[in-house]
Ligand binder design. Structure first.
Ligand code: ADP
Ligand code: ASP
Ligand code: MG
Length: 401
């Protein structure tokens, strides 16, 4: 019997009515004679609301308790979805991440799934049940609860699909596929009918929030086709397949942006590469490092890493004579994502023609052109770059809005 994993995101479950629509779609799938495992996100803006609530009781919530709090959002959806299915005459069991066999490491807030015990789900499927799993969470042992980082329900779906050797993993969301830019903000973004895992990972890692980067990785390594589609229409989505599924004629995969970034300006004589390597061993990699002249450097990091980065640099102060001279928030990076470093080099001349002020292009990764902008300019800059890049494209991806 074919097994399918379906994941429903927050907007697809925002109200009881949407929950019911999703339940009807799940039932349609079972009627085709398939076993279905459903992964659910928290309803609507629940995760943001819970985070804000924690912020009202403390400015620095403990990671362990924050995970316990946030994981409840998915458990609410999970229990309600199972009830909605039962009310329609379908046998269904709701499971937390831990009950579903997801073992993670102990990094609260962004834990990694280490293994999946497929037995709890398999047994229920064999009993003819639909299994509904709370996304975004797991267990590092004992009765602890961890979460997988924002957007982590996609990862739950992909790792379960791989562990259960599913025929495919469907990500139901509020857009009908993966586009060359965020179709919610960028005019003329084009939808991919098909794409390869490398391209999806490249976009996801650089801010295309439609699929979590770790989900793309998990589906790829498990050889599971991933389908991104709308929960509101019957439209075909984007099918993501291994690299040889399709070759693209054009060098730019898409244009993305990342928000919530800060600048730290550092002054001192030091080996920035060495410093960055040491930092990477402990926390998130820096987004970019710029040499701004003499002994001055600027690093671009996530807002949430500012505190830890400052402490890290202070520890090195004596040894490296470095000092943080300035800190600016409200920054964003707009990324032009190429298929490869070689493609980027070939396109260097055309990108040089763009009317960009000097100093805004930062070195990040070999296949990416990254532009450092104020957060409130990100959409305009992304639009200009997208218009420019896509004008040059020849590949027949389907036109969107
Ligand atoms: P869900 O709650 O279903 O997980 P998300 O908000 O996490 O949904 O992801 C869907 C959103 O991703 C879309 O509403 C869209 O605005 C955004 N998005 C950003 N980049 C892209 C892209 N390249 N293609 C499609 N959607 C994108
Ligand atoms: N509810 C979590 C979030 O909003 C996880 C997810 O939706 O994937 O980030
Ligand atoms: Mg998401």
């Amino acid at each position: 019997m074919e097994l399918v994993v379906q994941k429903y995101g927050g907007t697809s479950l925002q109200t009881a009515e949407r929950m019911a629509q999703a339940a009807d779609r799940i039932i349609k799938e079972t009627k085709k004679g398939r076993q279905v495992v459903v992964v659910v996100s928290a309803m609507g803006s629940t995760t943001d609301d819970l985070t804000a609530l924690a912020g009202q009781v403390t400015t620095r919530p403990a990671a362990r308790e924050l995970d316990l709090l946030l994981s409840t959002g998915e458990q609410v959806s999970c229990a309600l979805m199972a009830m909605a299915l039962q009310a329609r005459g379908i046998e269904a069991d709701a499971l937390t991440g831990s009950q579903a066999g997801l073992e993670t490491d102990a990094t609260y807030g962004s834990s990694i799934v280490k293994s999946v015990d497929p037995l709890p789900i398999r047994q229920r499927l064999e009993e003819g049940k639909v299994v509904v799993v709370s996304g975004f969470q797991g267990c590092p042992g004992g009765h602890e609860v961890t979460t997988l980082g924002r957007g982590g329900s996609d990862t739950t779906a992909a790792v379960l699909a791989a562990a259960l050797k599913a025929a495919r993993c469907e990500i139901f969301t509020d857009v009908d596929g993966v586009y060359t830019a965020d179709p919610g903000t960028i005019k003329g973004a084009q939808k991919y009918e098909e794409m390869d895992f490398e391209s999806l990972s490249a976009l996801a890692e650089l801010g295309a929030s439609v699929v979590h980067p770790r989900a793309a990785e998990a589906a790829k390594s498990g050889h599971i086709p991933l389908v991104v589609r709308s929960s509101f229409t019957e439209q075909e989505g984007t099918t993501v397949l291994p690299a040889n599924a399709r070759t693209y004629a054009f060098p730019v995969i898409g244009v993305t942006y990342e928000t919530g970034l800060s600048h730290l300006s550092i002054h001192g004589s030091m080996d920035m590469k060495k410093l960055e390597e040491e930092w990477k061993e402990t926390l998130n990699p820096w987004k970019a490092v710029q040499h701004t002249g003499g002994c001055q450097y600027r690093i671009i990091i996530r807002d949430e890493d500012v505190y830890d980065t400052r402490s890290f640099l202070t520890r090195f102060r004596g040894k490296l004579a470095c000092r943080v001279s300035e800190h600016a928030t409200g920054r964003a990076l707009v990324h032009v994502v190429f298929k490869s470093g070689e493609e980027k080099q070939n396109a260097e001349a055309f990108l040089q023609q763009l009317p960009l002020p000097s100093g805004v292009i930062v070195q990040s990764q070999p296949h990416v052109w990254s532009i450092d902008v104020a957060e409130n300019h990100r959409v305009d800059v992304c639009q200009v770059l997208h218009d420019y890049c896509m004008k040059r494209e020849t590949d027949p991806v389907s036109a969107a809005n």
